[in-house]
Design a protein around this ligand. Structure first.
Ligand code: IYR
Length: 221
């Protein structure tokens, strides 16, 4: 039995000064987030991974259907299987399936088909979207599934950064091998594969600049 239909909102309000301080501090903190491809094999506790994922699962979703499943993998054999399958697809991507323009655009990232990080990182988080649910043997569509799961992944990456860890938003393509290896039910589709851990010692990142305010923000006041 659910509780009452509506309950009072219990949010915290900050003074104008505190609000300004918090938003500036958070922006500066988020400016430090980087996608990494060089991970340490240092272990990360299961409790931290659980908290990070449950933070992601607070995301808003269409009709509050929460159409996501997060598989957190530290099992060495499974990570090996996932790496092997991902590299098989990526080899084909980098050797003919991706356009010349795409390969050119990726040059600054220094990527190739080798995905050693899938075995080195202590955890892989495989995110699945659930386009529909099976309810009493019938299909019930979920709503705004990509938007909902994308929002959850944004919070996931923020929670990882907040914990002082690093991640890569990895998109092996196609990635239906994840559904098979992790034996997901028929209503789940792989959405993203996110290695999580500490950065490798002396890890490097591409020297990229983020767009400036004038390029991404339009005020209508
Ligand atoms: N999925 C490939 C290619 C790739 C594509 C984009 I768009 C990137 O920003 C980075 C990589 C890979 O992971 O190597």
């Amino acid at each position: 039995m659910e509780g009452e239909a509506m309950i009072p909102y219990e949010g915290k309000e900050f003074s104008a000064e505190e609000m300004k301080q918090r938003s500036q501090t958070f922006l500066a903190f988020m400016q430090q987030r980087r996608s990494l491809r060089e991970f340490s094999d240092r272990p990360v506790s299961k409790d931290v991974i659980r908290d990070i994922i449950m933070a992601a699962s607070t995301a808003p979703s269409g009709a509050h259907k929460q159409p996501w499943t997060f598989c957190a993998i530290s099992n060495v054999e499974l990570k090996g299987e996932i790496r092997e399958a991902a590299e098989k697809e990526e080899y084909l991507n980098y050797h003919g399936r991706m356009s010349d323009t795409w390969l050119e655009d990726l040059k600054p990232m220094g990527t190739d088909w080798n995905k050693a990080f899938l075995e080195i990182a202590p955890w892989l988080i495989a995110v699945f979207k659930r386009p529909f649910e099976m309810v009493d043997g019938t299909k019930r569509k979920n709503y705004y599934v990509n938007e909902s799961v994308g929002l959850a992944c944004g919070i996931l990456l923020t929670a990882i950064h907040n914990a002082g860890l690093v991640a890569l938003t990895h998109t092996p393509s196609p990635m239906n091998f994840l559904e098979k290896i992790l034996q997901r039910p028929s209503n789940e589709r792989a959405f993203l594969l996110i290695p999580v851990g500490y950065p490798a010692e002396h890890a490097q990142v591409p020297n990229l600049q983020r767009k400036a305010e004038g390029e991404v923000l339009v005020f209508h006041t």
